[in-house]
Design a protein around this ligand. Structure first.
Ligand code: AMP
Length: 223
């Protein structure tokens, strides 16, 4: 049936880094709504015009648009063997929609892994976050810079330019954190009630976080 994992956490908690690693290791798709939206923006699609104001201000894209995008993505054949969701769900409505989408394929989401990081560290991390424009690898200039110290991606000889996300500026970061704290509670309650919520300390090195994430996923597979 495949493994269906949701990575939860505030903006800057390391969801993208962990989701990407996990998906790569398991050979299943990494599905990030933020990445899908950014791809639309860079391609200048019709959909991009609808989501641009929300992304720019750090607000959530309306549920209706977001759910439709995810439903289409999860319906593709590569998701049959599972997936790692990153940045979705971000509201109770999205959480319930996800449950409906997965219900037809079995018992639903296998684990929701929440990466917990204190707010001050989140703000510091997001200000120093850079992403490779070629392969999407995420760096942090303070905590996880590319080897060699330059502004080029060091992963598998990629060499892509590291760029800053336009929404990683101080005002937007604060706004995103505010929205996160306002909306995340019911999502945790939902997964806690289902008995599949796993809380992980995210304020340690990405390698240590990943080891814990792996333990959780192995436990789910065995169960
Ligand atoms: P992220 O890359 O996950 O930090 O998302 C970047 C931005 O994309 C967010 O600040 C929102 O504007 C939008 N976004 C991403 N995922 C969602 C979602 N599940 N629901 C609503 N908006 C989202």
């Amino acid at each position: 049936m495949g493994l269906r994992i949701v990575i939860l956490g505030a903006p800057g908690a390391g969801k993208g880094t962990q989701a990407r690693k996990l998906a790569e290791k398991r050979g299943i798709p990494h599905i990030s709504t933020g990445d899908i939206f950014r791809a639309h923006l860079s391609e200048g699609t019709e959909f991009a015009r609808q989501i641009d104001p929300y992304m720019k201000s750090g607000a959530l894209v309306p549920d209706e648009l977001t759910i439709a995008i995810v439903e289409e993505r999860l319906g593709r054949p590569d998701c049959r063997d599972g997936y790692v969701l990153d940045g979705f769900p971000r509201s109770l409505e999205q959480t319930q929609a996800l449950e409906r989408m997965t219900a037809s394929q079995g018992p639903g989401i296998d684990a929701a892994i929440d990466l917990r990081v204190p707010d001050d560290e989140l703000v510091a991390r997001m200000g120093a976050r850079r992403t490779c424009a070629e392969c999407g690898t995420i760096y942090n200039l303070k905590f996880n810079p590319p080897k060699g110290g330059g502004m080029r991606c060091d992963r598998n000889g990629c060499g892509g330019q590291l760029v800053q996300r336009p929404d990683d500026n101080e005002d937007t970061i604060r706004q995103r954190l505010f929205i996160y704290h306002k909306t995340a509670g019911p999502i945790y309650e939902y997964y806690e009630e289902r008995g599949i919520l796993h809380i992980v300390r995210g304020d340690v090195s990405p390698e240590v976080v990943f080891a814990t994430v792996e333990d959780i996923v192995c436990g789910v597979e065995v169960a």
